[in-house]
Ligand binder design. Structure first.
Ligand code: NAD
Length: 349
């Protein structure tokens, strides 16, 4: 097909490198912010306090109650805290849960967000927000929640345990792979996706062996940046739909579900997305025909879970997943039928 596309670049400043956290104050000032609320999870409270200390008078306070999937009550409490303290911006330090909380405050009060990511999830590069209320997660896209500046300091990722590094890394790989066959993918997003997968998968084995290897941490974080940017710029397809349904209906862990399902979706979509599997194969150092298998082998070698059964999914739940996925149409390179979807899920099970 002759090349034809629209590329809508997202306006963000990225500051990357070991020790760059020391420049956070300058970055906050550059945005004209004087009193920022530092946000994150209770587990990372010491890091949040150290970050606030580093900001000195520019920090209005610390809110260390971020949780997975951004519960609406916590988002409201964070927004109230920001208002009480007269904060004019938020600095979100942590993984997708912390950045998600910063976005929720931005959505409510319009306060600009500066993100300091410490996992590979990639939320900091997207205008996608999520809020969970009464067991239901709502998501949407809004430019107002896109962080203005992202400070990637690989030193902050040295404490991320190997298991979480692998699962959040494979989650990022899933974003890039779906970006490769996205209906709104462009030559730029394809380059970012291929290099993002290559960079992350090259670094993860070293991180599993030596979590304190700074070069590997920097490589993985660079990959996470690129994969996150692909997620922010493209529309996700069958893989994300499947993981959303599996996670929502059976409470399966988010990143682990991505790790299990992705090779099966690559096998399913591959024949209909030759350019995508060729790029994925190059990133993995194999030919397009073996990209799905190579991805599964890499995930297994990294110690990631390899079956839905291992994640606690009940086998008799599979037809419910098929029904839910078929109920809402979305773009996907390969046709999705009851038969093909059942076969995919059986294989993943
Ligand atoms: P997370 O933010 O929930 O973090 C997992 C755990 O790791 C937490 O306990 C956290 O405190 C801890 N942690 C984080 N960094 C650490 C570090 N460097 N050292 C030690 N511990 C650390 O996990 P995640 O995988 O980053 O994010 C998952 C969430 O992000 C999900 O809710 C997902 O839906 C969301 N997400 C959103 C987007 C988006 O674009 N909106 C993109 C990707 C993920």
């Amino acid at each position: 097909m002759t090349l034809s596309f629209v590329h809508d670049a997202l306006p963000m400043r990225v500051v990357f490198g070991p020790g760059r956290l020391a420049e956070l104050g300058d970055e906050v000032e550059r945005l004209g912010l004087r009193r920022v609320l530092v946000l994150g999870t209770p587990e990372q409270e010491a890091t949040l306090r150290a970050t606030a200390d580093g900001l000195g008078g520019r920090a209005a306070g610390v809110f260390a109650q971020a949780r997975q999937h951004v519960p609406a009550a916590i988002a409201a409490a964070a927004a109230d805290r920001a208002r009480e303290l007269g904060a004019d911006g938020c600095v979100a330090v942590g993984g997708g849960s912390s950045v998600g909380l910063g976005k929720a405050v931005a959505l409510r009060h319009g306060l600009p967000v500066v993100a300091v990511p410490t996992t590979y999830a990639g939320s900091e590069m997207t205008p996608i927000w999520g809020l969970t209320e009464d067991g239901e997660k709502r998501t949407g896209r809004d430019r107002a929640v896109l962080p203005r500046t992202v400070v990637y300091d690989p030193e902050l990722t040295l404490t991320l345990p190997a298991g979480l590094s692998v699962t959040s890394g494979l989650n990022a790989v899933a974003h890039a792979v779906e970006g490769l066959w996205a209906p709104d993918g462009t030559p730029i997003t394809a380059l970012m996706a291929e290099e993002g997968v290559r960079s992350l998968l090259a670094a993860l084995p070293t991180i599993v062996d030596r979590p304190g290897d700074l070069d590997a941490r920097a490589g993985a974080l660079q990959g996470a940046w690129l994969c996150g940017a692909v997620l922010g710029a493209t529309t996700m397809s069958l893989h994300h739909k499947l993981c959303h349904v599996l996670g929502g209906s059976f409470d399966l862990p988010h990143a682990e579900t991505h790790a299990v399902v992705l090779p099966h979706v690559v096998a399913h979509n591959g024949p209909s997305a030759p350019a995508a599997v060729a790029a994925l194969g190059r990133a993995l150092g194999v030919g397009p025909d073996t990209a799905a298998k190579a991805l599964a082998d890499r995930a297994r070698d990294l110690g990631a879970p390899t079956s839905l059964a291992a994640l606690g999914m009940p086998r008799d739940g599979l037809p419910r997943v098929v029904d839910a996925v078929l109920a809402q149409p979305y773009a996907n390179p390969a046709p999705v039928t009851r038969e093909s979807l059942t076969a995919l899920l059986e294989a993943a099970y």
